[in-house]
Design a protein around this ligand. Structure first.
Ligand code: KIV
Ligand code: ZN
Length: 519
């Protein structure tokens, strides 16, 4: 194996595109902008903000991200046709640095069964699409979808041609998560060796985690194959088993610099806040034993380990919790804190609200929470701003109040007041438990016909004073949406989460074409 000199790895984050394709993870424009700002603080090199042609909502979200982001390159995905490419170009027009990412399937299976095209037609379309994209930017990425299961002979031909036409990054997706680390690394090395102009492009890895190997495959693509761009998502978010997890790949390269000898532009201290933000916005919880960002990742439960860590930290720790942004829950604000203190803490947390009206609205929520809960932590503030902004005004279903009664031996009863389409109504229902009664009372008004796929409760901080964070996943008419609600009262949090999910089902701009199904 060749020893490579210290070169930079480009971190291409696709949380807002491939991550968002995870059923239920769809984000609003405001949420995408918030995450994009956090990705800038994390110092990722490229932000794939969405798939412009997938929906008018996604087009607008990419535009907003392009306007908000200053340093990172902003990218939109596009199918290999003029219409998609023009849409992508239009969406990223306002960015300081822009990339168009074109994909077209190249495996025999996908070409025959999905595209119903011959290899020659795919070849022509790929080349033509790069030619067209060059009208808008010089930074063009090409992905042969299902690349890892494609015939290498066909890839030599098509990739040489797209590089000649002007593609500057060649990404080799393991679309279905079928690869094995050594084989994937050798696959990329072989392509680089056999394609005469391969040195004119940056080679990139894009791995899915169906066999739990996405991070290992990506590392092999870098180490064995010589790829210099890694595509990944925060928390490994993504369809099915997800994508390569940014936090794991970054910390593997940093912690084992002795082996990889590669540099990264990432500010690792922003990893935990990025993970929490994505989890809070999407409602996809992070498992406690998840590497780097799981709640237990740095907890030493066994007595022997604790003893060792106290004597010499590196006996059992290979990374320091603070280096990835873990800090003990700190009480940061309380009931008497004023607007300025609140605003300053928002700044310290890197949260930018778009207007003074939004700050006022968030401050109002903070005051209401401080009345219910004497100690306010950073996590509480982040949950408050998760709910700040214009979306409230547009919401079809709004929570007004809840009264709930439970007594041993009796069926719990809930009375809920909601605003539905601007009109206030009250309904009461009972149920098997207080949450069931509350959701039944909501359904008496909403009559949604949606199927409940998931209900989960999580404590935002520690202790019984913590706010409960509830995630609800609903399915209706082929769409799957998540809703997240927070409140010190977990029954109210459940009602808010359920209403958030109903609002998403109600919002047509959340309907999107899925890239993998979209050709
Ligand atoms: O997994 C995949 O093949 C993709 C492409 C669109 C790059 O996400
Ligand atoms: Zn993918």
């Amino acid at each position: 194996m060749n020893q490579v000199s210290e070169e930079k790895i480009i971190i291409f984050d696709t949380t807002l595109r491939d991550g968002e394709q995870s059923p239920g993870a769809s984000m609003t424009k405001e949420e995408k902008v918030r995450i994009a700002r956090q990705l800038e603080r994390l110092k990722v090199d490229v932000i794939e903000a969405g798939f412009a042609a997938s929906s008018p909502g996604d087009f607008e979200a990419i535009k907003a991200v392009a306007a908000a982001v200053k340093d990172a390159t902003v990218c939109s995905l596009a199918r290999a046709n003029d219409k998609d490419i023009a849409k992508a170009a239009e969406a990223i027009k306002g960015a300081n640095s822009k990339r168009i990412h074109i994909f077209l399937a190249t495996s025999a299976l996908h070409m025959e069964m999905k595209l119903r095209m011959t290899p020659d037609q795919v070849f022509e379309q790929a080349v033509q699409s790069i030619r067209y994209a060059r009208n808008f930017t010089d930074d063009i990425e090409f992905s042969p979808e299902d690349g890892y299961r494609s015939d290498p002979q066909f890839l030599y031909r098509i990739l040489e041609a797209v590089i000649k036409e002007g593609a500057t990054t060649i990404n080799v997706p393991d679309t279905v998560g079928y690869a094995i680390p050594e084989l994937y690394g050798e696959f990329i090395l072989d392509l680089r060796n056999k394609i005469p102009n391969s040195d004119k492009a940056v080679w990139s890895v894009h791995c899915h985690n169906d066999l739990g190997l996405a991070v290992a495959n990506s590392l092999a693509g870098v180490r064995i194959g010589g790829a210099r761009q890694i595509e990944c998502t925060i928390n490994g978010l993504g369809e099915r088993a997800g994508n390569t997890s940014l936090e794991e790949i970054v910390m593997a390269i940093k912690t084992r610099k002795d082996y990889f000898n590669l540099s990264l532009g990432i500010d690792a201290t922003q990893i935990v806040s990025s993970s929490k933000m994505v989890s809070q916005i999407t409602g996809f919880l992070v498992q406690p034993n998840k590497a780097v960002v799981g709640a237990n990742a740095f907890a030493h439960a066994s007595g022997i380990h604790q003893d060792g860590v106290l004597k010499a930290r590196n006996t059992y720790e290979i990374m320091r919790a603070e280096d990835v942004g873990w800090s003990a829950n700190k009480i940061v604000l309380g009931k008497l804190s004023g607007r300025n203190a609140f605003k300053q803490r928002l700044q310290e947390l890197g949260v930018t609200l778009d207007s003074e009206a939004e700050v006022n609205e968030a401050f109002g929520r903070f005051k209401a929470l401080a009345d219910q809960k004497s100690e306010i932590f950073d996590e509480d503030i982040l949950s408050i701003v998760s709910n700040a902004g214009v979306k409230d005004q547009a919401d079809h279903y709004r929570f007004i109040s809840l009264a709930q009664h439970s007594e041993t031996g009796e069926k719990p009863q809930s009375k809920i007041v909601l605003q539905v389409g601007g009109q206030e109504n009250e309904t009461s229902a009972n149920g098997n438990g207080p949450v069931d009664a509350t959701l039944n009372a909501i359904e008496m008004q909403a009559n949604s016909g949606a199927e409940l796929l998931l209900y989960s409760v999580n404590a935002i901080t520690t202790g019984t004073q913590s706010q409960g964070e509830v995630t609800v996943r609903l399915a209706k008419g082929g769409r799957v949406v998540n809703g997240v609600g927070t409140d010190p009262d977990i029954i109210a949090a459940s009602a808010k989460a359920y209403l958030a999910a109903l609002n998403r089902l109600h919002d047509p701009s959340q309907e999107k074409l899925n890239a993998q199904m979209a050709q």
